[in-house]
Write a protein that binds this ligand. Sequence first.
Ligand SMILES: Cc1ncc(COP(=O)(O)O)c(C=O)c1O
Length: 398
Amino acid sequence: MGLLDKVHQFQTARQLMNAGLYNYFRPIESAQESTVRYNGREVIMLGSNNYLGLTNHPRVKAAAKAALEKYGSGCAGSRFLNGTLDVHVELERKLADLVGKERALVFSTGFFANLGTISTMVGRNETVVVDRTDHASIYDGCRMSYGNVRKYRHQDMEHLDYVLEKERGTDKLIVVDGIFSMEGDIAKLPEIVALAKKHDTLVMVDDAHGVGVMGAQGRGTCNHFGLTDDVHLIVGTFSKSLASVGGFVASDADTIHYIQHLARVMIFSASPPPASVASVSAAVDVMLEEDWRHEALWRNTHIMMERLQAAGFDTGPSETPIIPIVVGDDTTAYRMCVRCWEEGVFVNPIVSPAVEPGNALLRLSLMATHTEDEIHKAMDILTKVGREQGIISSKLQA
Ligand SMILES: Cc1ncc(COP(=O)(O)O)c(C=O)c1O
């Protein structure tokens, strides 16, 4: 039946369901806390991007409620026309200040922020240069642009130099994740900026996982390296540390002026609703005031990393609260996730094409609000399941 052939032939998910290895679209029955309720049971959450633990914070929720009362449930239009509220503008000021840029522009998702920014900034006969493991939304932004797309091997600076050299004579933008979303390594920003200068190229950092996590008070990866002025565009999302949904790009006033009048996802799609926007605004305030969250997030990260490595797990290149456990084949990743859940830990399987085939992993992520007790309990379960599945040897100390 033509178009429907592929629909009927798609069996991958059903096969996993039939084998009891399906780990997707799992309905959680509680708030996104360090322990959540899933399938009627309490499980320790090691699969959330709620790094600072703000999604259930009283001030964040109160701000959302107040905005809902004042402005209603939605804006019924795009930012460009009737969908901009004073709270959008206020949040943009706060975000620009947070990441150290002149202006910021709020989009309905982080995905849209990448689509809108890359597709407007890179035009015909211009080139966008991406790290091979950049996020899917960066790739889709590249597809939407009319420019050339060139990839360099993950974190390989010699290769980046080579790719930039080959593009000599064209105007270029390097786009890189601040923290890589699956493996938790940090972009080599000092080297990238130096190469960008050498090849007269602009840099954009997608700091979806860096805002709230990296830099002074969680101001992001560019702040961490002291390179805010050398990175022309900083993208962020609200769906991780900032406890809601939406995204932004920050840059100089002229660049933001240009993007806001030309990005199709800004002009032809509805603006983020008032409750979300107000909750992000409150989340930024809480993040800056409650310094302990940032510290607790890193303390928890170090405890977890040390225990995982002592138990013999391969944590890949991670240096951040995103910690992979490399398990190899996809089926082992699925099986480990199911077993972890049965034992009381929620983790996510990451399989190809999100990672290279044969490099499947469990993606763990820490929150500021995990207690040490939760981390140790989770570790005991991971160790038990890891041994059972042959990922680690039973001889090593956990
Ligand atoms: C690196 C990166 N960029 C962009 C996004 C998209 O953000 P959002 O979920 O807000 O659309 C994500 C989220 O998965 C991400 O990990």
